[in-house]
Write a protein of this length. Structure first.
Length: 346
């Protein structure tokens, strides 16, 4: 009897299993990835890709474009993970915050110029506000989860100084300057806070003039550099180029050298046209040659900034990795590329 029952059940099990296999779903339609079941669509990916790679990369082909799209999607996945964490912790930006930032972005432009900026990035006002809400919310998350946990002790400052004492011995007079750079071409590696990138000579000229006007109106140089400068190396640091030996200026653009040497600490230069684009410089300080002591406030500030940046980078990297580990991520786009290429190679 038991054998008969099993014979009746076993075919039924096979039929059920076959049904499960046959009903296995493929990737959701038009979804490039999911983060905790929340989709990132191919339309979203296409828009972000177009914004970051608005001009073709020299020598680009299908494989290079796929690599670039994978990099863009990875960033979108990370941002979605962070956004969901901000939501969970109740750190989403409020409407007033979004409107304030939106108004700040519009301030340097006429309505026609601002609309042109939006069109060049293929954004509507509503889409820009959505992006601003995401960015502001993630920044609130970082302030709470990362920046608030960073402390620098006096012992750490002293240890760094003694380990790097020679670097505080200036062999010749040096200057510390910051810059805002605006270029007349698109830059896929742009890293300013507003993702604001002039595309043409006319755009660059208009942008640098508006920034000069805001500086003359008393706005903070470092904040404007972080938001709008198109030098990816210095924009995150408020345009700070650090200390530069005066002798290095002999190799610089003649007009640039002349202007820099005439500036006094705290002064801001007029607009300077260089081969790379338009620059506005700020002289932060001049340093005579000689050994700097640990008690020098400028030495203390430099060391604390260096240690803070290192700790923030380390803590942020660890935070991202932990967040990725805890998230349920499915990258359908990456999977489709792998399956396509491995099947083609068989």
């Amino acid at each position: 009897m038991k054998v008969l029952v099993m014979r009746r059940i076993f075919p039924a099990v096979l039929v059920a299993l076959a049904g499960v296999v046959s009903c296995k779903k493929g990737p959701p339609a038009n979804v490039a990835a999911t983060v905790n079941d929340r989709p990132i669509t191919y339309a979203d990916l296409d828009k972000q890709y177009a914004a970051q790679f608005s001009t073709p990369t020299p020598g680009a082909n299908e494989d290079l474009e796929a690599i670039q799209r994978l990099e863009v999607l990875r960033t979108m996945i990370d941002n979605e993970i962070m956004l969901q964490r901000a939501e969970k912790l109740g750190l989403m930006a409020q409407d007033a915050d979004v409107e304030a930032k939106y108004t700040e972005l519009k301030a340097p432009y006429t309505q026609e110029e601002f609309d042109k900026q939006l069109r060049s990035r293929k954004l509507t006002p509503a889409e820009l506000k959505t992006q601003l809400r995401r960015d502001l919310s993630i920044q609130k998350l970082f302030n709470r989860e990362i920046s608030s946990h960073i402390t620098i002790t006096d012992k750490e400052v002293a240890d760094f100084y003694h380990a790097n004492r020679e670097s505080f011995n200036l062999a010749e007079p040096q200057i510390r300057i910051a810059q805002i750079l605006v270029t007349p071409r698109a830059d896929p590696g742009l890293r300013n806070l507003r993702n604001d990138d002039a595309q043409t000579e006319a755009d660059a000229r208009q942008k640098i003039l508006s920034l000069e006007k805001r500086l003359k109106g008393g706005e903070d140089f470092a904040l404007l550099a972080q938001s709008y400068s198109e030098d990816p190396a210095t924009a995150p640091n408020g345009g700070d180029l650090g200390f530069i030996p005066e002798s290095s200026l002999t190799e610089a653009h003649v007009e640039l050298r002349k202007i820099v040497m005439q500036l006094q600490p705290g002064q801001i230069s007029p607009i300077i046209r260089t081969p790379e684009g338009y620059r506005i410089l700020k002289l932060i300080s001049r340093e005579p040659a000689g050994q700097r002591d640990l008690n020098d406030p400028r030495v203390q500030q430099t060391i604390r900034e260096t240690l803070t940046n290192r700790k923030e980078q380390l803590l942020r990297a660890a935070y991202y990795e932990n967040a990725r580990n805890e998230a349920r991520v499915v990258n359908y786009y990456a999977r489709s590329i792998y399956e396509r290429m491995t099947k083609a190679g068989k």
